[in-house]
Every structure is written in C-alpha cells, then in structure tokens.
Design a protein around this ligand. Structure first.
Ligand code: Q9C
Ligand code: ZN
Length: 334
C-alpha cells in the first residue's frame, strides 16, 4: 500500500488554541505526522496536481482569504497567529466586510484553529497528498493512504475550523467524480463528526456521507452530526449520522460501522474514501471513546472486506506516542 506525505505539511505549527476557557498548547502538532510516517515506514512525496481539485470543493473567495489572511493579520500589527473572536449568529447575512477580524468570523466557526504564515502551504500539500492517493487508487491500487495533516473533515466549502482548512476527503471524492467515478461513498470514523464533509455533499445524490462519532449533544462540533440530519434535495437519504456515547468500545463501534457499511453497500459506490481519526483511541487526550490499538485492524478488515477501492485520509488523533501504532494497525487491515 502506497503512503503519501509532503514535508511541506510540517510548516503549519500554531502555538496555542482556546480550550475550555484558557489557552493550551495546540493539539494538532507537526510531530503527529512525523510519528505516523516513522511508524509506517515512511511515505512518498506527492506530485503537484495543482489547484483545480481544491477549487472544485472550496469557493474562490474562501481560498483567497485563507492565502491572504496571515499577511493581513501581520499588517494589522498583530503578534502571533491569526485567531478569531467574533462570529455571525446562524442566519445572519454573509456580509462582505473589510477588517480581518470580521472576515475570520465569516470564514471560520471556532477559536481552536489559528492561521499562520505556513498554514496555506501545509494545507495545500495535505490536499496534494490525498490527490496522490486518489490517483493511485484510480490507476488500480486497491487502497492508498494519505497522511493528511492538517486534517480536513471539519472544513466546509467556505469555512475552516476544528484544526481543518481544506477538506481532503471531499477533495478526494470530488476528484474521483471528476475523473469519471460514478458514485463515491465517504465513511468517517474520526471521533468527531465531519461537519464540513457533510455540508459539502448535503444536497448531492452522487456522494454518500456516513459518520460514526461522539454524540454532538455532548461533543464538538455540537451543531452538526445529529441522527436526524439525512441530507436534502437530491442528497436526501445520502447522509447517515450514527452518534455514539462516551466510553464506546470495539464491539458497539464495530456494530455501528456495520450499519454504515450496509447503507453504503445499498448505495453501491465505485470508490470509498475513509476519513480516519485515531482520536477514538482509549488514551486520546481530548476524546472519550475506548478503542484499542488492535481494534483498528479489525475495523479496517471489515471495511476492506466490502471490496471497494479505498482512499484513506488521515484526520484526528492526539495521543502522540500511540498515534503511529494506531495508524499502522489500521493499515495492516487493508
Ligand atoms: N474543549 C479533528 O479531530 N477542540 N479535530 C475541541 C473541546 C476542537 C478536532 C475543544 C477539536 C477538533 C480533526
Ligand atoms: Zn477528531
């Protein structure tokens, strides 16, 4: 199985985030990617597939904002990383504002996701890694792994948040569609709901989104991922949310995954994108499920047994010392 990762993804290193009412060290560190790369025997640098696949998912004004915001923040005389502090209430007009602070509110949804001068390059190469894995699968590989970091599933077409800037799973799914793949399914087994991916494909009948995640009644991102969210319009019935309680162990997780795989099988995809977060691990510092390292291989075998060509995109996972072993365990299942 080929693995893809670019060293340019390491440049993004925000110093801190707002967490539980105070500033803490940023959890989504460059060392996450280094630990994973070391544990899986290294990774190939992706080629540069350019902007087209990114522009097929994200709006032009959002991409321009992401690229320009850090310089504008610095020009405003601000030290440190660009961080927002004001957000529009749901339903407010999407005003075209001038000041950087207003624009951060417009293009983000939380205070845990700073922008740095290196953020754009790292996110761009994270997207190139998933595109390289997608092309490997389109060219006949059964599965390929993209060591995406920064992660992607919280980023929408025109917003960032949850440590995510460009939605790598969505970029992979849309690139496959544009290459002629008729139906694509995304299975998201990160601890958190992939609100960005859900939003991007909400009204799409050609891309199925299924997610297992901590119940948003108790967990981030709170405002998405409830069981009654099923998509709309052409996409009505092609979104499936399976919230799970704190303490979830392998067997209930595996049963929920089987429900998702059944629904995906009914949809009959030609390709699967797996959004994989290892923050479901029992020792994760910001999460509350109880999967073990060995469980990931079991879950991956259940997925692989369905027979769909599979692009695996890395999402979360914050127990740095266990992260490499957890990803290696998952990949052995393919
Ligand atoms: N006090 C991913 O796993 N912080 N993102 C939650 C709770 C944001 C996680 C704060 C968690 C984002 C890709
Ligand atoms: Zn997560």
């Amino acid at each position: 199985m080929r693995n893809f990762f670019s060293p340019a993804q390491l440049g993004h290193a925000p110093t801190r985030e707002l967490h539980n009412g105070g500033f803490t060290a940023y959890a989504e560190t460059p060392s996450r990617a280094q630990q994973i790369a070391a544990a899986i025997g290294g990774a190939e640098a992706p080629g540069d597939h350019g902007m087209a696949a990114i522009e097929a998912v994200h709006t032009a004004d959002y991409l321009a904002f992401l690229r320009e915001a850090p310089a504008r923040w610095a020009a405003a005389g601000r030290p440190g990383d660009a961080m927002g502090y004001v957000w529009p209430i749901v339903g407010r007009r999407a005003l075209k504002l001038d000041r950087i602070d207003g624009q951060i509110g417009r293009y983000s949804f939380d205070a845990s996701t700073p922008l740095t001068a290196q953020t754009w390059d790292a996110a761009y190469w994270s997207a190139q890694s998933v595109l390289a894995a997608t092309h490997a699968v389109l060219e006949g590989d059964r599965a390929a792994f993209a060591l995406c970091r920064p992660p992607g599933h919280h980023a929408g077409a025109d917003y960032y948040g949850g440590y995510c800037y460009l939605n790598t799973a969505a970029i992979a799914a849309q690139a496959a569609r544009n290459a002629g793949v008729r139906r694509v399914a995304i299975l998201d087994i990160d601890y958190h709901h992939g609100n960005g991916t859900q939003d991007i494909f909400w009204e799409r009948g050609d891309v199925f989104y299924a997610s297992l995640h901590a119940d948003p009644a108790t967990d981030y991102p709170f405002y998405w991922g409830h069981a009654d969210e099923i998509g709309d319009g052409e996409g009505r019935g092609t979104t499936l949310n399976l919230p799970l309680p704190h303490g979830t162990t392998r067997d209930p997780f595996r049963r929920a995954q089987a429900v998702a795989l059944d629904a995906i099988a009914h949809f009959a995809p030609d390709l699967l994108v797996l959004s994989f977060g290892a923050d479901t691990w029992e020792g994760d510092p910001i999460s509350h499920f109880a999967l073990t390292t060995a469980d990931y291989a079991v879950l991956a075998r259940d997925i692989a047994a369905c027979g769909w060509p599979c692009v695996v995109a890395m999402e979360g996972g914050y127990a740095i010392d266990a992260l490499g072993a957890n990803v290696r365990s998952l990949l052995t299942g393919f």
